[in-house]
Design a protein around this ligand. Structure first.
Ligand SMILES: NC(=O)c1ccc[n+]([C@@H]2O[C@H](COP(=O)([O-])OP(=O)(O)OC[C@H]3O[C@@H](n4cnc5c(N)ncnc54)[C@H](OP(=O)(O)O)[C@@H]3O)[C@@H](O)[C@H]2O)c1
Length: 321
C-alpha cells in the first residue's frame, strides 16, 4: 500500500507502549496510528504524546491492522472487540491468550512458522512471552536433530504481568502476586489446573506444540516469577532424536534467525543485557549425545510481545521480517 496502513494499538500499558516503539523503530509503513484504551486521555507512549481514544466498535472504522494488547478474558479488549474490528475490515494481531489455541487462528513466530499465516481469517495470535523466545531456539534444533522432549524452568520478569507487576516490584503493591515479589521467587504464574500445572506452564506446552507443528512433543515447564523488571530467562533441557555434538549444536543456534549466540560456555546473557533488545539470546550450551542444555534470555515486551507482533504484520504486508 503506497501511502501506508492505518494501524490501531489497543491497550496503552506495557505492551502498547512497546508496540508504538517497535512500529516506529522498524519503520512500519504507517498512514495513521491510533491508540485505544478503556478511557480517553492524553498519554505518552514510547516518548510520543497520543490522544488516546476509547476502544469501541466504531474506533476501528478504516483500520487496516489492529494490534490488541488490552488484556484477556471476558473484560479484555480482544474478547469484546476483536470480531468487531475484523467485521470492519481490520486484520487483528492479538497479544493475549484468548484465541491462541483456536485451530482456526494461526499462532505465529515468523522465524519459525510464517507459513501458518496463509489463509488466516482476519485474526492472528501472538504467543505467550515465555513461549516465543523458547520456540525461536527450539526450531533450529528440531530441524537439525529432531525433538522428543523439553524440560524448561523459567525466571520471569515482573513486566510480564503488565503495569501491576512493575508496581508490585517498585512500590510493594500487594494484590498482583500471591506472595511478596521483592527478594523472592514465586513458582506460581497463573491459576493451577487439575493436573497441577499452572496456566503459564500449560501455555508453554500447548503453544510450543502448535507453533512447532509437533502435537505430541513432551514439554514439562516450571514457570517462576522473579524480581527482575524486564527480560525472561529460561533454563532449557531437551532430548533430541539424533545424537549431536557441541559444535553442531552451536552451528545450528548461530545460524538460526532471531537467535543471538552469546559465545562459549563461560559467556552468558542476562535479562539486564537483553532488556531493550529484540533478539533471543542463548548461552551456556552443553551437549551430551541426545541431551542438550542451554540458557535463553529475551525481552518479554519485545520478542515476547511487540517485536513478534510487528514482525507478523510485516509478514502479512510483505515487508521485511
Ligand atoms: N507484559 C508482557 O510481557 C506481555 C507479553 C505477551 C503478552 N502480553 C499480553 O498483552 C496484553 C497487555 O499486557 P500489558 O502487559 O500491556 O498489560 P497492562 O500494562 O496492564 O496494560 C493493559 C492495557 O489494556 C487496556 N485494557 C484493558 N481492558 C481493556 C478493554 N476492555 N478495552 C480496551 N483496553 C483495555 C488498559 O486500558 P486503560 O489504560 O484504559 O486501563 C491498559 O492500557 C495482555 O493480554 C498480556 O497477557 C503481555
Amino acid at each position: 500500500m503506497a501511502d501506508g496502513y492505518t494501524v490501531a494499538v489497543v491497550g496503552a500499558g506495557m505492551v502498547g507502549d512497546r508496540l508504538v516503539a517497535e512500529l516506529r523503530r522498524r519503520e512500519f509503513p504507517l498512514k495513521e496510528l491510533r491508540v485505544l484504551a478503556r478511557s480517553a486521555r492524553r498519554s505518552v507512549l514510547a516518548g510520543e504524546e497520543f490522544e488516546v481514544g476509547v476502544a469501541g466498535p466504531e474506533a476501528f472504522e478504516g483500520v487496516d491492522i489492529a494490534f490488541f494488547a488490552g488484556t484477556e478474558g471476558e473484560k479484555g479488549a480482544a474478547v469484546q472487540l476483536a470480531r468487531e474490528a475484523i467485521a470492519r475490515g481490520a486484520t487483528v494481531i492479538d497479544n493475549g491468550s484468548d484465541f491462541r489455541l483456536d485451530p482456526e487462528v494461526p499462532l505465529v513466530v515468523p522465524e519459525v512458522n510464517a507459513d501458518a499465516l496463509k489463509g488466516h481469517g482476519g485474526l492472528v495470535a501472538n504467543p505467550n512471552c515465555s513461549t516465543s523466545q523458547m520456540v525461536v531456539t527450539l526450531a533450529p534444533l528440531a530441524r537439525e536433530f529432531g525433538l522428543r522432549k523439553v524440560v524448561v524452568s523459567t525466571y520471569q520478569a515482573v513486566s510480564g504481568s503488565g503495569r501491576g507487576g512493575v508496581d508490585a516490584l517498585e512500590n510493594g503493591r500487594e494484590d498482583v502476586y500471591p506472595k511478596p515479589i521483592l527478594g523472592n521467587a514465586i513458582p506460581l504464574i497463573g491459576g493451577v489446573g487439575e493436573d497441577g500445572y499452572t496456566s503459564e506452564e500449560t501455555k508453554m506446552r500447548e503453544e510450543s506444540r502448535k507453533i512447532l507443528g509437533l502435537p505430541d512433543l513432551e514439554v514439562y515447564a516450571t514457570a517462576v516469577r522473579i524480581p527482575v523488571h524486564t527480560g525472561h530467562s529460561e533454563s532449557i533441557y531437551i532430548e533430541t532424536e539424533r545424537e549431536a555434538t557441541l559444535p553442531e549444536v552451536l552451528d545450528a543456534l548461530r545460524d538460526a534467525p532471531g537467535v543471538v549466540f552469546s559465545g562459549e560456555a563461560d559467556d552468558f546473557p542476562t535479562p539486564l543485557e537483553a532488556a531493550g533488545d529484540p533478539g533471543t539470546f542463548v548461552g551456556r550450551v552443553r551437549v551430551e549425545g541426545d541431551r542438550v542444555q542451554y540458557w535463553c534470555v529475551s525481552d518479554n515486551l519485545l520478542k515476547g510481545a511487540a517485536t513478534n507482533a510487528v514482525q507478523i504484520a510485516e509478514s502479512l504486508v510483505g515487508a521485511r521480517v
